[in-house]
Design a protein. Structure first.
Lengths: 191, 177
């Protein structure tokens, strides 16, 4: 545990603020549509840079689901905080927002003065169908470490079903299921 | 048209809404619409819908962008900046405080249990939002096949998702979906 902690501390010092900002700039530019950023945040922070473990990333996503506001900004805040403290959070959020906001806002203001283009709409349709698949795969991948526990699979399936088919609001689903799921995990561990 | 109190009223209202937007900013969109369209008439219904569609199709922080378009309509560029800050500022402070707290209790026995219980419950909705997006984008079985193929390839390989998005966009652009 101590060696792991020491390793983590070494890792923290080796992540430059610029690298953090650039990573989240990529997350913002690559992630089209709602939730797309999650796919890229996980790929860059966990798979490519190995800044944080799969488990820590899943923790961060879980935590952010319970907070108000744009979840992906929350992921930037948490990953930045974990790696470099408050200055890291600022770097990650600045990387995520500054350039993409400027580009998006400029494009948007220009675009709003023109009508919708059918060809553009078709391309966007294909992109968003693919993006939906990427999001599903990211969720499945973060669940994989828990596949050995039947209770985890059951609660994931319940949460999925209530959202996708029950059309219940996210907060309602989370507040309803989380205490039960945590209680079951606590009982299973106590045995 | 843009009397001095308007930008301040909008900014304050957005800051309040972003602080209570549990489950993501889209959950408070109906409230934003009531405020800017029905109550104040700063934006027409059509414009509001356009802002939404546009923000969804640009890469980047889409809800922050959408609120910037609203702010821009009310008070030009300063309004856009103020609305952007009101949308992400308060949640950022809350994320920071709560992650600090979570990190402080790292390795506490209760945290392991909370994690074991929490992760499945929060990943279900991630998968569900992929499904909901797929349905919103849905134009027939071809689009559904693209979604399934993209998910399967992502799980089976470490292929850069950019290639998949490019392929999906190309198929769509060719009118195959």
């Amino acid at each position: 545990m101590t060696t792991q902690a020491a390793q983590e501390r070494n890792l923290e010092h080796s992540v430059p603020l610029a690298a953090l900002a650039i990573a989240f700039l990529k997350v913002a530019l690559y992630g089209i549509g709602g939730g797309g950023g999650l796919v890229w945040a996980r790929r860059i922070a966990v798979d490519q840079r190995r800044w944080i473990s799969e488990q820590d990333f899943a923790d961060i996503v879980s935590l952010c689901q319970f907070m108000p506001g744009p979840n992906i900004v929350g992921i930037a805040v948490c990953v930045g905080t974990k790696l470099r403290g408050s200055i890291g959070a600022i770097a990650a959020v600045a990387g995520f927002l500054l350039i993409p906001w400027t580009i998006g806002f400029t494009l948007g203001v220009l675009y709003l003065q023109h009508a919708h283009h059918p060809a553009l709409q078709n391309i966007l349709g294909g992109v968003s169908a693919t993006a939906a698949g990427l999001l599903i795969a990211t969720g499945v991948r973060m669940l994989l470490p828990h596949r050995g526990r039947p209770a985890a699979v059951l609660f994931a399936a319940l949460a999925f079903g209530l959202m996708a088919f029950g059309k219940l609001p996210l907060l309602f689903v989370l507040l309803g299921l989380a205490p039960l799921s945590i209680a079951v995990a606590g009982i299973a561990r106590a045995r | 048209m843009s009397s001095p109190p308007a930008p301040f009223a909008l900014t304050a209202h957005l800051a309040l809404l972003s602080s209570i937007s549990f489950g993501g900013f889209p959950t408070v969109l109906p409230d934003v619409r009531d405020f800017v369209v029905a109550t104040h008439g700063w934006v027409t219904d059509q414009e509001f819908t356009n802002f939404f569609a546009l923000a969804q199709s640009i890469p980047g922080p889409n809800m922050i962008l959408m609120m910037s378009f609203v702010g821009w309509q009310v008070w030009g560029f300063p309004g856009a900046l103020a609305s952007a800050f009101a949308t992400f500022g308060p949640p950022c402070a809350m994320y920071f405080a709560s992650y600090r707290l979570w990190d402080r209790f790292r390795d506490a026995p209760w945290q392991r249990i909370v994690r074991l219980g929490l992760v499945p419950v929060t990943m279900g909705p991630v998968i569900a939002s992929g499904m909901v997006m797929a349905r919103a984008a849905d134009a027939g079985w071809q689009a559904a096949a693209i979604t399934v193929a993209a998910a399967a390839i992502t799980l089976a390989t470490r292929l850069n998702p950019m290639w998949l998005l490019l392929a999906g966009g190309t198929l769509g652009g060719l009118g195959l979906l």
